[in-house]
Design a protein around this ligand. Structure first.
Ligand SMILES: [Cu+2]
Length: 175
């Protein structure tokens, strides 16, 4: 009897947690981060995991942040010459039900354009992801040092040349 009662309690507690969680988006963002920027840099990339814990597809239609003029969602694709090129996802980012999309430095990413001031390591910046349906998702993005970037193993083996192109493309956004 005693055991049953405590089981019941635990179940009730679980239900409570679940129902209070219902108010939140079915989008779960994990480990959002960006990198510190030099004063001359007017753009930055933001990275994170975006998981859809719901049972229907989610669409991130765009994003905003107080640290920059506007935010775009970019894909990174290799062109015919093997050069990595960024492209804005005009229709936003789709996250299929029950799946997780990873935004990483050499792939899909969020582009902070027109930075109002340099991003400082150790601080956090605000980012709001807009959804096609439901409330926007507020994210606190950690600013990592460049040192952390250079210490990170590359996701894929690719030549330095490609990496340069990537950074150049990012810089071009500033114009
Ligand atoms: Cu970009």
């Amino acid at each position: 009897m005693k055991l049953k009662f405590s089981t019941l309690l635990a179940t009730a507690a679980c239900a409570l947690v679940l129902s209070s969680g219902m108010a939140h988006a079915e989008i779960q963002v994990s480990e959002p981060y960006t990198f510190e920027t030099a004063p001359a840099m007017k753009v930055g990339g933001a990275f994170m995991g975006i998981e859809n814990t719901g049972d229907k597809a989610e669409h991130i239609t765009g994003a905003t942040s107080s640290v920059c003029d506007h935010v775009e969602i970019h894909s990174m694709e290799q062109d015919d010459n093997g050069v990595m090129k960024m492209r804005q996802l005009k229709d936003g980012l789709e996250v299929p039900a029950g799946q997780k999309v990873e935004l990483v430095p050499q792939g899909l990413h969020i582009m902070l354009i027109g930075l109002k001031q340099p991003l400082e390591a150790g601080k956090t910046i605000d980012l709001t992801l807009d959804r096609a349906e439901g409330d926007p998702v507020k994210v606190e993005v950690t600013v990592k040092s460049r040192m952390a970037k250079s210490m990170e193993p590359p996701k894929e083996i690719m030549g330095d040349g490609n990496m340069d192109h990537m950074d150049m493309n990012h810089m071009e956004h500033a114009k």
